[in-house]
Design a protein around this ligand. Structure first.
Ligand SMILES: [Fe+2]
Ligand SMILES: [Fe+2]
Length: 180
């Protein structure tokens, strides 16, 4: 013990938490300090996974239905978004497994678990509007998740911050197409 121990400016690690990681080795990267939050984080991530998967399906439907319409550029961009949402889903599923959970890809409950909606509009203007609403829902959901995670799980938080930045780009693009 050194004479800095009682200083209010001291930054010191929690030694008992460092000792605790020596047990439960089967949990891999999940150390006991995740403890009470791990299951709640997996649940949040599974809801985000459902949202991404519904977004993939909606953008694909819109891509194929918009292909013959007036703006092939927007139709092509719907597919770009679908591919990016699918990459988000993969990152989230991978993190769920790292946290010792199971990614829920069950199609029978996807819509109930998703924050965003599926959509079967046939006109481009409505498609753009519906997708913008879905992106804004994604932006708000990720923003809230990031704030809930705070310092409970920095790796998940960083991943969600990356995804959030891309959802904001999606929303920004769609806003520019509102006046087509
Ligand atoms: Fe996404
Ligand atoms: Fe998006």
């Amino acid at each position: 013990m050194n004479n800095m121990t009682n200083s209010t400016n001291e930054l010191s690690l929690d030694e008992s938490a460092l000792d605790a990681v020596r047990s439960s080795l089967d949990q891999g990267a999940v150390t006991p300090a995740y403890g009470p939050h791990r299951e709640a984080i997996v649940k949040l991530l599974n809801d985000a996974l459902a949202t991404e998967l519904v977004c993939v399906l909606r953008y694909k439907r819109h891509h194929f239905m918009a292909s013959g319409l007036t703006s092939p550029h927007i139709a092509a961009e719907f597919m770009v978004h679908a591919t990016e949402e699918s990459a988000h889903a993969d990152r989230i599923a991978q993190r769920i497994v790292q946290l010792g959970g199971e990614p829920d890809f069950s199609p029978s409950t996807l819509l109930q678990r998703s924050h965003a909606d599926y959509d079967e509009s046939n006109d481009l203007k409505t498609m753009v509007k519906v997708n913008l609403i879905a992106e804004r829902i994604a932006v708000e959901a990720y923003r809230q998740m990031i704030s809930l995670l705070a310092d409970k799980d920095p790796t998940t938080r960083r991943m969600l911050e990356d995804i959030l930045a891309e959802e904001e780009e999606h929303a920004d693009e769609l806003k520019d197409w509102l006046d087509i």
